[in-house]
Design a protein around this ligand. Sequence first.
Ligand SMILES: [Zn+2]
Length: 140
Amino acid sequence: MVALTKAQAARQVARLASVRPELAEAYAVALRRWLGDPILVVLGRPFVSEGYRSVQEQDELYTHGRSAPGPIVTYKRGGESKHNELPSKALDVAFLLPDGTTSWSPELLSKFARLMKAADVRVHWGGDWPGFKDRPHFEV
Ligand SMILES: [Zn+2]
């Protein structure tokens, strides 16, 4: 089983503190189920890669795939994203793999999304959106 370092664990606490309580609670429930499942737990360790994001950070992200290199990662400008509210109405999830790398595997995210949606019906998954699929993204 992949464990977080102390610094990583501290960042998780800070990120979860920046999101709405019902979303943080749904994540906590989904994470407990993931870590308690002997099959899922060996695939990787879910973690919150982002909670609240400032308007400036959102504007910077918006440049990705536009004026900056790389793929487009968001269609929201600063202030338009649910990440830009405080507390944040959105969080993003990634996985720490047994080899130490970070993964945004659609398969892992889809498995985790099932647990998130089961934990709280108010949680919506970006992977269910028509058109642009934002699979790391969960919001209330
Ligand atoms: Zn997001």
